[in-house]
Design a protein around this ligand. Structure first.
Ligand SMILES: NC(=O)c1ccc[n+]([C@@H]2O[C@H](COP(=O)([O-])OP(=O)(O)OC[C@H]3O[C@@H](n4cnc5c(N)ncnc54)[C@H](OP(=O)(O)O)[C@@H]3O)[C@@H](O)[C@H]2O)c1
Length: 212
């Protein structure tokens, strides 16, 4: 019995895995490299399971800790296997050649494109505005990180919000999955500022947060 499956074994897989363990959730890590998945699982916690993309995602929540193109490939690969599950899509589909636009059109978002590939799943956009370093640490400048959450399924939004809260983060539910467009656009601006030499102090610890 696994609570959360993380697909991918890179920076965000590690950060979300650490938050999941902090939240007391059991984790399965799957990656195209089973060795990398096993390495991350060993780092996270005893009892964390791992495997390759030939293995079935066991978690009720499945996090696609992948770039947009691999996320589409993995969504097509698993297809109906993910039906009924909450699938968390975290990508920033930024055109890295220019750093100035998204690779998805204005009338859609990476999360909505993934949802189109997984009609039986409850797709949630979350974690795209939290850089891996602060997320792994769990906070920034002594404050809980904001996790913006969008999904057409209220139940799935609540599920991811409960996970984020248990992990010491502040969940902010922004509504329907189409709001992934704004979330991806917001982070495009943050990444653009980060790449701009005029803002030298903006780095991978930069955090997007609403102060109240
Ligand atoms: N890094 C951040 O701070 C941050 C913050 C918010 C959102 N994001 C988003 O999070 C996602 C992951 O970023 P990351 O920094 O974790 O990247 P990463 O460290 O490069 O990890 C990417 C993972 O995807 C796997 N992968 C690559 N190509 C694949 C393919 N064709 N099929 C299956 N798996 C593949 C990689 O495996 P290999 O190691 O074998 O290549 C690796 O496990 C991206 O969409 C990014 O936009 C990142």
């Amino acid at each position: 019995m696994t609570d959360i499956t993380i697909i991918g074994a890179g920076n965000m897989a590690r950060a979300i895995g650490l938050r999941a363990i902090a939240a007391g959730r059991s984790v399965q890590v799957l990656d195209r490299s089973p060795e990398n998945a096993a390495g991350l699982a060993a780092e996270l916690a005893e009892g964390t399971t791992s495997g390759g993309l030939g293995d079935v995602p066991e978690g009720d929540i499945v996090v696609l800790a992948l770039y947009f193109e691999p996320a589409k490939e993995v969504a097509m690969h698993y297809g109906d296997t993910l039906s009924g599950k909450t699938v968390v899509e975290i990508s920033n589909p930024v055109n890295m050649e220019t750093g100035d636009s998204l690779v998805v059109g204005p009338g859609t978002s990476a999360a909505e494109e993934i949802a189109r590939l997984l009609p039986g799943a409850r797709v949630v956009k979350a974690f795209n505005t939290t850089f891996a370093g602060p997320l792994a640490a769990g906070s920034s400048h002594g404050m809980a990180l904001d996790v913006f959450i969008a999904s057409d399924s209220e139940a799935a939004r609540n599920e991811v919000a409960a996970f984020a809260a248990a992990a010491g983060l502040r969940p902010l539910q922004v509504g329907a999955l189409r709001h992934a467009r704004e979330l991806e656009g917001m982070q495009l601006l943050v990444i653009g500022l980060q790449l701009n030499p005029a803002y030298e102090s903006f780095d991978w610890t930069t955090t997007l947060k609403i102060l109240d």
